[in-house]
Design a protein around this ligand. Structure first.
Ligand SMILES: [Zn+2]
Length: 325
């Protein structure tokens, strides 16, 4: 474990993390340091799930963002051991959550935020929402998919973009956004799924359904999360997050001065965390060195140039990062 402004560690259970905090507090008192270190008690934990996915936790609340854990082997790609995947899927197959893997990683959730409804963001949410009873914030299409899987209406917060909701221990502004400019900017999908939808869905039926970013105020932190490699300039101007989870796939190169504008608009965040750079068609535990070299490496150089005061924190799958202001 490395101490500093942020700490990276293997994910602990909530119980052991609480025990750790209790020990920290007890030690502070026991050793006579009665000035309690409010900042470390007020720290924020973020565990990277791959793609744009996170477990975000403070003392009070557990929020999941785009929790895609099943990482189905879809089509061809890097060779992996057949023992490490259940089967090879095609887009016309029905989606199946890897419930054993999800159960080993997710024990609880109060809220789930969904950036958009593609399978690598939404497809595990029906199972996780059922398992945890979490409330879900997402587009009309996201909510229709969840309703088709039997999630009750009172758990579904339909959003259009522009909402700024206060919950018990955190607030979230829904930031209208744009999907990555895939397929050399030819990508476009304005479909909304009908409310007559039936589950289960095929992988290809998880359509975009509109894209958002989220601006979370939680603990003493402000986090701006991205699920894609695109943004609307006027919607993020002036938000000033201290943690920016920035989309860093190749499609960012389709956007005019992507990194430079992103840093400037968000007032040069203290921490910049690259997301959606990993190959999500291979299971956890496989090397992501190629993605790191081809996508994250150049992005770090871009940030150095555009925002020299920012620190780039490269997340590792299932590793917890603790941020302290
Ligand atoms: Zn997508």
């Amino acid at each position: 474990m490395r101490l500093g402004e942020f700490v990276k560690a293997k994910k602990q259970s909530t119980a052991s993390r609480r025990f750790g905090r209790w020990m920290q507090l007890s030690l502070l008192i026991w050793t006579g340091f009665f000035q309690l270190d409010a900042q470390s008690i007020d720290s924020l934990s973020m565990t990277y799930l791959g793609t744009a996915g996170w477990i975000v936790e403070d003392q009070e609340t557990t929020i999941l963002i785009d929790p895609y854990i099943s990482r189905l082997k879809l089509g061809r790609g890097p060779s992996i051991s057949p023992n490490d995947v259940r089967r090879i899927y095609s887009r016309t197959d029905y989606f199946e959550s890897d419930t054993a893997l999800i159960n080993s990683i997710i024990s609880k959730a109060d809220y789930i935020l969904v950036h958009h409804s593609h399978f690598d963001h939404l497809s595990d949410v029906p199972y996780i929402a059922k398992k945890t009873g979490a409330k879900v914030i997402g587009s009309e299409t996201t909510c229709r998919i969840l309703a088709a899987y039997g999630i009750p209406e009172e758990k579904l917060f339909r959003i259009k973009g522009g909402e700024d909701y206060q919950f018990e221990h955190f607030s979230v502004r829904v930031v209208p956004s744009l999907h990555s400019a895939l397929n050399q900017k030819l990508y476009f999908d304005a479909r909304v799924l009908p409310d007559t939808l039936r589950a289960p869905l095929k992988i290809s039926e998880f359509i975009e359904g509109g894209s958002f970013m989220y601006f979370l105020r939680l603990s003493s932190h402000k986090i701006l999360t991205m699920g894609s490699m695109n943004f609307i300039e006027r919607e993020i101007a002036g938000l000033k997050p201290d943690i920016l989870c920035a989309g860093v796939n190749f499609s960012r190169n389709e956007i005019f001065k992507y990194t430079e504008r992103l840093m400037k608009l968000t007032h040069y965040p203290k921490w910049v965390v690259p997301v959606h750079w990993d190959n999500f068609r291979i299971p956890y535990g496989y090397s992501q060195d190629r993605a790191l070299e081809l996508k994250v490496g150049p992005f770090i150089e871009e940030v150095k140039y555009a925002s020299p005061t920012s620190k780039v924190v490269v997340p590792t799958h299932l590793e917890e990062i603790i941020f302290r202001n």
